[in-house]
Design a protein around this ligand. Structure first.
Ligand code: HEM
Length: 416
C-alpha cells in the first residue's frame, strides 16, 4: 500500500517546534487525525508518533535503537556524553541493572526519609522570611537528599550552586543560545566535582557505603570486567543526582494543583496512602515535563502503512500520550481518582518513559520520584501557608516549563 502518512508542509519545522513546545506533536496528530505524521526537523525527515500502540512499538528493540538518536547538544547538557541513554542491546541491559540495583525497597524508603529530613531543616529557616519560593527551596532540599542518599559529600555552603548546576543542565534541554550554554557550563562544573568524588572513593580517601550510587558507579564493571573510566562513572553518578533534583518540578506542580483544587487537600491530609499515590500519579500525567523521546529505526519496517526507514529519527509524544482521550477520560481535567481503576499499563502513563525497566530505557528513577514526591507532599500538608497573588501561569511552549513565579508562599508555619 502507498505511504499516505500525513506530511507536515514546509521546509523545516525546527523553529516551529521551539515555538510550539509541548504542543508541537499533539497539535499535528489532532489536525491530521492520525497517530503519526512526517515532518522535517534539523534537516532530517522525522516521524512523530503518539498513543499507547505507538509507545509499544517504540520500545521494540528489534525496531529501534538509541545510538545516534540524542543530539550532541543534549548530551553536552542534559545527559552527559555516551551515557546509558545512548546505549543499546546487552551493554545497555548490563548498565541498566546497575541503576536498578539502587532502587531496592529499603533504599527508596531512605530517600523518602532524607527528603523529609531536609525539608524540616529548610523549614526551620523560614520563620525569619516573609516569603519563600517553593521551587528554589525544593531544589536545595532534593540536592541535599540526593547527595546524602548517593554517598556524595556536599558542604552546606555548596548546596545553592550545586543545585543550580543540576537544574541548569535540565533547563537547557529545549533551549538554544544562553540557556544552552549555561547548561554546558553547569555540566562541566558538576562533572569535575563528581570525577573528584569517584577518584577519592577509588583511592580509599573517601568512604562510600556499599549500597550508595557513588560506590556503585566507582566500582561497577562493564561486561568485559573493566571498571568505568572516571569520566563515565561521573556521568552515570550525575544521572542519579541531577534527576533527583529535577523532582522539584513535580513538587512545584503538586503545590499548584493543590492551590487550584483546594478541595483535594482534605483527602490528602487524611494521610491516606492510596490517595496520595493517585495524586502523585496524576501530577506526573497531567503536568508537562519531558515532551517526547527520540530513537532511530534499526531495521526498516512498515507500521500503519508508513515506511519507517533504517536510520530514520522517530519521536514518541510523551505529553500527548499522557493526554490522549482514548486512554484518559477528560484528559485535561486534573483528577487523581482516575487512577482508582488504572490497570498499571506499561505504555499509557509515560511521563518517565514506558516498557520494561530492565530491558528498555524506561526511567529507573520512577519509584524514587514517587517516593520523594510523597515525602514532600506529606511535608507540605503539615504546613499552613498563604499563596499571594502571583503569576502561576505555566507555558506549554517553553521546555522545560514551570509556573512563572515558581510558586511563592507566605506566612508559612507548621500546623498546630
Ligand atoms: C530516563 C524522566 C527522575 C534516572 C528517563 C526518561 C525519561 C525520564 C522521560 C527516558 C525514558 C526513555 O528513554 O525511554 C524523568 C522524570 C523524572 C525522572 C520526569 C522526575 C523528575 C529520575 C530519577 C532518576 C532518574 C529520580 C534516578 C534516581 C534516569 C536514568 C535514565 C532515565 C538513569 C536513563 C535510563 C536508560 O536509558 O535506560 N527519565 N526521570 N530519573 N532516568 Fe529519569
Amino acid at each position: 500500500k502507498a505511504d499516505k502518512t500525513p506530511r507536515d508542509k514546509g521546509l523545516d519545522h525546527s523553529l516551529t517546534l521551539l515555538f510550539e513546545g509541548y504542543q508541537f506533536i499533539p497539535k499535528r496528530t489532532a489536525r491530521f487525525g492520525t497517530d503519526l505524521f512526517q515532518t522535517r526537523l534539523l534537516g532530517e525527515n522525522v516521524i512523530c508518533i503518539t498513543g499507547q500502540e505507538a509507545a509499544k512499538m517504540f520500545y521494540d528493540k528489534e525496531r529501534f535503537q538509541r545510538d545516534g538518536a540524542a543530539p550532541k547538544r543534549i548530551q553536552k547538557t542534559l545527559f552527559g556524553e555516551n551515557g546509558i541513554q545512548t546505549m543499546d542491546g546487552s551493554p545497555h541491559e548490563h548498565r541498566k541493572h546497575l541503576f536498578m540495583s539502587l532502587m531496592t525497597a529499603p533504599r527508596l524508603k531512605k530517600l523518602g526519609e532524607l527528603t523529609h529530613k531536609y525539608w524540616e531543616q529548610k523549614a526551620s529557616k523560614w520563620r525569619k522570611k516573609d516569603k519563600i519560593v517553593l521551587f528554589d527551596e525544593a531544589q536545595e532540599v532534593l540536592c541535599q537528599a540526593a547527595c546524602e542518599w548517593s554517598g556524595v559529600p556536599i558542604k552546606k555552603t555548596e548546596v545553592t550552586q550545586r543545585a543550580a548546576d543540576f537544574s541548569n543542565m535540565v533547563d537547557a534541554f529545549g533551549a538554544v543560545g544562553p540557556r544552552h550554554w549555561r547548561g554546558r557550563k553547569a555540566r562541566a562544573r558538576a562533572e569535575k566535582w563528581i570525577r573528584q568524588v569517584i577518584r577519592k572513593i577509588r583511592s580509599g580517601k573517601l568512604e562510600a557505603e556499599e549500597e550508595t550510587a557513588a560506590y556503585a558507579m566507582a566500582f561497577h564493571k562493564d561486561m568485559e570486567g573493566k571498571p568505568l573510566d572516571i569520566r563515565m562513572a561521573a556521568i552515570e553518578l550525575i544521572n542519579v543526582l541531577r534527576p533527583i533534583v529535577a523532582i522539584a518540578t513535580y513538587i512545584t506542580f503538586s503545590a499548584l494543583a493543590l492551590h487550584k483544587r483546594p478541595e483535594l487537600r482534605d483527602e490528602l491530609e487524611d494521610g491516606n496512602d492510596d490517595y496520595i499515590q493517585m495524586f502523585v500519579q496524576e501530577v506526573r500525567r497531567y503536568y508537562p515535563f519531558g515532551p517526547f523521546l527520540g530513537a532511530r529505526v534499526r531495521r526498516g519496517f512498515i507500521w500503519n502503512h508508513c515506511h519507517f526507514n533504517e536510520g530514520q529519527l522517530v519521536l514518541l509524544d510523551i505529553y500527548g500520550t499522557n493526554h490522549d482521550s482514548r486512554l484518559w477520560e477528560n484528559p485535561n481535567t486534573f483528577s487523581p481518582k482516575r487512577f482508582k481503576n488504572w490497570n498499571g499499563g506499561l505504555y499509557d502513563l509515560i511521563p518517565q518513559g514506558g516498557g520494561n525497566y530492565y530491558k528498555n530505557h524506561r526511567c529507573p528513577g520512577e519509584w524514587a520520584t514517587i517516593e520523594a514526591m510523597k515525602a514532600s507532599l506529606n511535608f507540605l500538608n503539615q504546613l499552613d501557608y498563604k499563596v499571594p497573588k502571583q503569576n502561576l501561569h505555566y507555558s506549554l511552549v517553553r521546555m522545560p516549563t514551570l509556573p512563572n513565579s515558581r510558586f511563592i508562599m507566605t506566612n508559612v508555619k507548621s500546623k498546630e
